[in-house]
Design a protein around this ligand. Structure first.
Ligand code: SAH
Length: 259
């Protein structure tokens, strides 16, 4: 019991640290406004009545882009209340409060009814529920003809080096090739609309580079704190791995239409 409680409190502490670290960033995963708009360009049946969900929205980098480019209203959901607070503040600042509602919640217990949604968006977040499981479960909430647009970590080649594969087999064993992910999308009941690879700058300029400043602030504040140091070390390791092996993996966007 004591062990469990201790473990619990350590987890909560880590959880808060991770949250604080990422709340300094505009995006919590690789992406860019251009990529969001490109994915949206394949979706042609939205109107002012459309109901959209952005799942695992983080602080809402892509939510604000979506709201300005697409008609309809967006319910943006994330597990971390701090992220939703930031999103709701930015939404108000940009005068988009009629179009975006930030809600704290979990992607495995969504507050929608069957067939309610016209589009489900999720950038760099579906891995939290699992690519296949997310595609299957979320499909229920979409109308027939509604779209799903998700980005997911994927292998771009069939020959990942052993060091890279060992890393992902520990961190994210579900990592798969683009063609396999596409097959999962089709099997889950969607027609494939488009798939494309995210350009390198979504990781470098937009994700790893902004983390450098955040890391300095963070390490100064949590000087000597092992959990904080580990978090930064992990992020640095991921960045180094990416610069060495970026031709083998990255994010791909998958867009499908429910039938
Ligand atoms: N879409 C954002 C954030 C991606 S990071 C962007 O591209 O910048 C992944 C996000 O998923 C984090 O914000 C994390 O808090 C959120 N998340 C993790 N588990 C979740 C869950 N079960 N339900 C909802 N959100 C979750």
């Amino acid at each position: 019991m004591i062990m469990a409680e201790e473990t619990q409190s350590i987890h909560e502490f880590d959880f808060n640290l991770i949250c604080e670290y990422f709340s300094h960033l505009e995006r919590q995963g690789p992406g860019s406004p251009e990529v969001t708009l490109k994915a949206l360009s394949f979706i042609d049946n939205l109107n002012d009545e459309s109901q959209i969900a952005d799942l695992g929205c983080g602080t809402g980098g892509q939510t604000l882009i979506l709201a300005r480019a697409a008609p309809g209203t967006i319910t943006a959901i994330d597990l971390f209340p701090q992220f939703i607070n930031i999103l709701n503040e930015n939404t108000a600042k940009q005068g988009l409060q009629d179009r975006i509602k930030g809600v704290v919640g979990s992607m495995d217990q969504l507050p929608f009814s069957a067939g309610q949604l016209d589009m489900i968006w999720s950038e760099g977040a579906i891995y939290n529920i699992g690519f296949e499981r997310g595609l299957k479960e979320w499909r229920t909430f979409l109308k027939t003809g509604g779209h799903i647009a998700v980005s997911e970590l994927s292998y771009f080649r069939d020959d990942p080096p052993a060091e890279l594969d060992a890393f992902w087999q520990t961190e994210y064993p579900d990592i798969d090739m683009v063609s396999s992910n596409l097959a999962k999308l089709e099997k889950a009941g969607y027609a494939p609309v488009a798939t494309f690879l995210l350009p390198e700058k979504c990781w470098t300029d937009n994700f790893f580079v902004p983390q450098k400043a955040a890391q300095e602030v963070f390490l100064r504040k949590y000087n000597g704190n092992k959990a904080a140091e580990d978090l930064v070390a992990n992020q640095k390791h991921e960045s180094e791995l990416y610069s060495r092996y970026k031709q083998y993996y990255g994010y791909a966007f998958y867009i499908g239409r429910k039938y």
